[in-house]
Design a protein around this ligand. Structure first.
Ligand code: ZN
Length: 132
C-alpha cells in the first residue's frame, strides 16, 4: 500500500495516546510533501471537554511547524477499536479547513483500511467563505 509507512507511524503514535477515561486509543500521522511527518495521539483530561483528538494533535503539530494545507500530502488516522475510527465532527470541521479537499485520509484499525477525502467525509462544509 502506497501509504503503509504513514500508517505505521500512526500506529506508533497510538502507543502514546493518553486515554485513561475512554481507553480508546487513536494515533495519527500527517505526511508532508517534502517527506516530513508529524504524529499525534488523543490526549484526554479529567475535564472531558479539554481533550484533543489524535488527528487534530497531528495536523496542529504540522501547522505549528510552519506547514500548510498545500504542503500536506496525506493523513493516516488509526485506532485499536473494533471499527475503523472515523473522525468526529469537530475533527472533520478542522480537517476541512486545514487539509486539501482531495488529500487522502487513510483510516485503519489494523484489520480494515479505507481511504477517504474530507470532501467525502464532510459534505456541505461551513468555511471561511461563509464569513465574508
Ligand atoms: Zn475528533
Amino acid at each position: 500500500m502506497k501509504y503503509q509507512s504513514v500508517l505505521d507511524e500512526a500506529f506508533e503514535a497510538m502507543e502514546n495516546a493518553y486515554a485513561p477515561y475512554s481507553n480508546y486509543h487513536v494515533g495519527a500521522c500527517v505526511l508532508c510533501k517534502d517527506g516530513t511527518t508529524f504524529k499525534g495521539a488523543n490526549i484526554e483530561n479529567a475535564s472531558y471537554g479539554a481533550a484533543n483528538c489524535g488527528e487534530r494533535s497531528a495536523i496542529f503539530a504540522a501547522y505549528s511547524n510552519g506547514y500548510r494545507k498545500n504542503d500536506i500530502e496525506a493523513i493516516a488516522i488509526v485506532t485499536d477499536g473494533d471499527r475503523i475510527g472515523a473522525p468526529c465532527g469537530i475533527c472533520r470541521q478542522v480537517l476541512s479547513e486545514l487539509l486539501d479537499q482531495d488529500a487522502p485520509i487513510i483510516l485503519s484499525n489494523g484489520k480494515e483500511t479505507v481511504t477517504k477525502t474530507i470532501r467525502e467525509l464532510l459534505p456541505m462544509q461551513f468555511s471561511g467563505e461563509d464569513l465574508k
